[in-house]
Ligand binder design. Structure first.
Ligand code: MRU
Length: 356
């Protein structure tokens, strides 16, 4: 059966794709079970993104791009206009799955643009869209590897790096952003160990980052989120590296809830706080962090840990899934083309100049 896979595939596979559809490693079940879910329609893809079978900004983008192709395969259109209108509606549906990660709409727009540029009467149209989705995926892995090399140079030869959430292979097309930087430093011979914030309530750190780092052989210690400040104060952390869901034009960074606390604590303790993200996460059309839509998820995720209820019945819980770290706390933004520094209005814009 033909498989649609990038040529530079990583050793951890959150996403697989073949003629029968998309296969997603169900991240809700990790680290207990490694099980793939088979998805055949764009609606199933939208649900999988919403339910966080797949999560992490770049991985959501790649999944949505493949969802667009699955949707396009089934469109029966009377005209070019009709096809594009139907594809656009699918794109709108996918974009609504989760609002904060800009990679989702970025990837949907890229597929739409490719469809608009193609000759729609061509039998190769689906092939062209498939090629575009694969390029998005392949470029993401390549970007992570380049970002890794650039970021690794910022880490000490020996030390402990704190990370929040999961910004690894599981959250991307492969290799990871923040974890890519850590992996690249480790591969370059640096003696790096990792402190992973458990990342309540969804436990991306305890479940996913720990699982992933164990797989690649990097020493990892999971800590309760609330322990980060104390470890920093004791001099046990050399640097913090996190990923991002959306970076505004002024360098404000939206990432998993709790990232802001890590950044403030890092600054207080004079520890560098780095953000690693591809250019597809930078949204120059959003001027500041205030304009970034923040997803609020079901309070159930706070009330329960697995099947077990933690809170008394009758109390309420709030579940903002992301926060915004003001640019002033960010030492550098590591991208695939350069390491950007403040003032970010200027340095982020420069990353998109032709020839960069
Ligand atoms: O809710 P999630 O698990 O999708 O949140 C993921 C994060 O916040 C990641 O840090 C971010 O998407 C960067 S992934 C390379």
């Amino acid at each position: 059966m033909p498989e649609y896979l990038p040529s530079n595939l990583d050793l951890i596979h959150p996403i697989l794709w073949d003629e029968k559809g998309l296969l997603l490693l169900d991240q809700r079940l990790l680290p207990w079970k490694e099980k793939y879910l088979r998805l055949r329609s764009w609606q199933e893809v939208r649900e999988a993104i919403r339910e966080m079978v797949v999560r992490g900004a770049p991985a959501i983008g790649i999944t949505a791009a493949i969802g667009m192709v699955l949707g396009a395969e089934k469109i029966r259109a009377r005209s070019r206009k009709d096809f594009l209108a139907k594809l656009r509606r699918i794109g709108e549906g996918l974009k609504k799955a989760r609002p904060t990660a800009v990679n989702l709409s970025w990837a949907v727009e890229r597929i739409l643009k490719r469809a608009e540029d193609e000759d729609l009467s061509s039998p190769d149209l689906i092939e062209a869209l498939r090629e575009e989705a694969l390029s998005i995926w392949e470029e993401d892995i390549a970007a992570n590897r380049r970002m890794g090399r650039l970021g690794a140079a910022l880490l000490p030869d020996k030390g402990a790096v704190l990370t929040h959430c999961n910004a690894g292979a599981l959250a991307t097309g492969g290799y990871g952003t923040a974890l890519g930087v850590i992996r690249a430093a480790f591969e370059a011979g640096k003696e790096i160990e990792v402190f992973a914030d458990e990342t309540r309530p969804w436990l991306q750190g305890a479940r996913l980052t720990a699982w992933e780092l164990k797989k690649v052989g990097i020493p990892v210690t999971v800590i309760p989120d609330v322990a980060a400040g104390s470890l920093m104060r004791q001099g046990k952390i050399s640097a913090c590296v996190v990923g991002a869901d959306r970076i505004a034009a002024n360098g404000d960074v939206a990432n998993k809830i709790g990232t802001y606390s890590v950044a403030v604590l890092a600054r207080e303790n004079k520890i560098p706080f780095y953000v690693a993200a591809p250019r597809s996460t930078i949204d120059l059309s959003t001027p500041t962090g205030e304009a970034i839509p923040i997803e609020w998820r079901d309070p159930k995720e706070v009330h329960y840990c697995g099947e077990k209820r933690l809170t008394p019945k009758g109390v309420s819980a709030a579940n903002p899934a992301f926060d915004v770290t003001p640019a002033v706390y960010v030492q550098s933004i590591i991208t695939e083309v350069a390491v950007a520094k403040a003032p970010y209005e200027k340095s982020l814009k420069a990353l998109f100049k032709e020839g960069v």
